[in-house]
Design a protein around this ligand. Structure first.
Ligand SMILES: Nc1nc2c(ncn2[C@@H]2O[C@H](COP(=O)(O)OP(=O)(O)OP(=O)(O)O)[C@@H](O)[C@H]2O)c(=O)[nH]1
Ligand SMILES: [Mg+2]
Length: 498
């Protein structure tokens, strides 16, 4: 009976019409008010009109700024705060990684460097800063015997070099010149510089202007390691006395907590001057500026006064925190690699099992030990303890999901058969085998992702992921599973022929 539907539709249409009329009225009323407001403002004398317009513009600007502050996406910093970790803990983690055949050479090398520098008893000072802030020029000023490359082009220094410098009291320092940060596509060089900063006893952070947001974040990250930090305004010659004093004052207000000292210097560059020749003619000459770095030398002297031994704990903590962080990263990558291998192993077993049994449906997940073994192995890889009960609950939950999506899975498997014509001729069992393979592959990937992200067997999360994987199967995944099926058939045929 279609009659009862009519009034409902009419009510709905009427509601839309009323809504549209109200909206139109609101727009007209707002426009009218604006027009009236404009006419009134236009009628005002200029001395009253101008401040009103300025105030309006300021308010609008402030509103837009506020909206932008609220709406802009959060900026993610790649510079994570250090997590303290002991040497014993780092050693244990590296041993565990080595047993899992992870590539631990770089981490071991970093620890060897840590020990080797300690053994030398030297004080290491790393320069740090964006490209072209004058790091190499400062090295040249502090250690005139050596001459690292200096150039107006950013990105001149590409590797770490060490130079021996001497303080006024005769103490020696090993100065590290590093590549500058902030270069486009300069992630590798930036990482070299950061690593060296962590290996040093003290860091000289160079800037040639007020700090940008990125520099601010970099300084915060460096100071988080708790080693002596010297914030240095270089190229001070580019500012007049007032500007320089203002910049230093701003640095003092903002960075007094992060930096142990703040100084202004001039490491070189060139200057032009006019000279009068013997015949009275005048000519412009360009010459290298004499470095003015006394303030920095004094501050460095104070910063490094505790000596290598006194400064060692903060240096060691910084290196260990970084090695620990990388160890965690490596552990995650290793778990991902092992997970992928395990998922492939069980997908293959599921395919072989299905080809032998030819039982349609999702029961293989619940009945067979295969599903349980997959969950257990993946949980072990991710270091998550699981109870028998939880594994069973998870598998029956996924089993229901798979049962509900069996038609989809079979359809996908059917498509896979079309992509690999040879498979289709192998009979209906093949369709189910690929379907099972897809189910195991989806479960394995979903489970790996959940375990990696939540470090727990979150059944609801696994189910959501399995659903998503089955609903939108990627071509690459389907082909991979079909290929596994093909390999299984081949090895079976070969096995049979043997
Ligand atoms: N005006 C002025 N220029 C300077 C000063 N110090 C360095 N420069 C110039 O700044 C440019 C960059 O100097 P470098 O020492 O190569 O800078 P850097 O930080 O080592 O640069 P990268 O290695 O590319 O990161 C060169 O042209 C220097 O001559 C200074 O105190 N004043
Ligand atoms: Mg340089």
């Amino acid at each position: 009976m279609p009659q009862p539907r009519l009034p409902l539709r009419l009510i709905f249409l009427a509601a839309i019409a009323i809504g549209a009329a109200l909206l139109l009225g609101l727009v007209v009323a707002t426009l009218n008010s604006l027009l009236e407001f404009y006419q009134r403002v236009a009628a005002l004398p200029l001395w009253l009109r101008a401040p009103l317009i300025v105030a309006g513009a300021v308010m609008l600007g402030a509103l837009l700024w506020l909206l932008w502050r609220i709406a802009r996406p959060a900026q993610k910093s790649s510079l994570a705060a250090p997590i303290p970790v002991s040497r014993a803990e780092v050693d244990t983690r590296i041993d565990a990684l080595r047993e899992r055949h992870a590539e631990t050479a770089a981490l071991e090398g970093e620890l060897a460097e840590l020990d080797q520098r300690r053994a030398t008893g030297e004080v290491y000072v790393a320069l740090f800063g964006e490209i072209s802030t004058g790091k190499s020029s400062l090295i040249r000023a502090l250690a005139p015997a050596v001459a690292p490359d200096i150039d107006v082009r950013g990105g001149t220094t590409r590797s770490i070099t060490h130079h021996r410098g001497r303080l006024r009291d005769g103490r020696e320092l090993i100065l590290a010149d590093v590549p500058g940060s902030g270069e486009v596509d300069g992630a590798v060089h930036e990482q070299l510089a950061r690593d060296e900063a962590l290996r040093a006893h003290a860091v000289v952070y160079l800037t040639a202007a007020d700090l940008t947001r990125a520099q601010d974040a970099e300084l915060a990250w460096l100071s988080g390691f708790g080693k002596p930090l010297l914030l240095t305004l270089n190229k001070a010659d580019l500012y007049d006395d007032i500007e320089r004093a203002q910049l230093l004052q701003r640095f003092g207000q903002r960075y007094a907590k992060r930096a142990r000292a703040i100084v202004a210097i001039s490491t070189g560059g060139s200057e032009r001057y006019e000279r009068t020749l013997a015949d009275g003619r005048r000519e412009h000459v360009e010459r290298e500026r004499t470095p003015e770095i006394d303030a920095l030398i004094d501050a460095l002297g104070e910063l490094t006064a505790p000596g290598a031994h006194g400064l060692e704990p903060a240096r060691e903590a910084a290196v260990l925190a970084e090695v620990g962080r990388r160890g965690d990263e490596l552990a995650r990558a290793t778990a991902a690699r092992e997970s992928a291998q395990t998922v492939t192993k069980y997908t293959r077993r599921a395919i072989v099992g299905a080809m032998a049994a030819v039982v349609p449906g999702s029961d293989i997940l619940i009945q067979g030990a295969l599903g349980t073994a997959l969950v257990r192995e993946l949980a072990r890889i991710h270091g998550v303890a699981v109870r028998e009960l939880d594994v069973e609950a998870l598998l029956s939950r996924i089993g229901l999901t798979v049962r509900n999506t069996t038609a989809i899975v079979l359809a996908i498997a059917g498509n896979a058969l079309k992509a690999f014509p040879g498979l289709g001729t192998l009979g209906g069992g093949m369709l189910h085998a690929i379907a099972y393979g897809l189910v195991f592959d989806s479960l394995g990937h979903a489970l790996s992702a959940t375990l990696a992200e939540h470090s727990a067997l979150d059944a609801a999360d696994v189910e959501t992921r399995v659903r998503a994987l089955l609903a939108e199967p990627q071509r690459e995944r389907v082909e991979r599973v079909a290929r596994l099926a093909l390999e299984s058939v081949r090895s079976k045929v070969r096995g049979g022929a043997d």
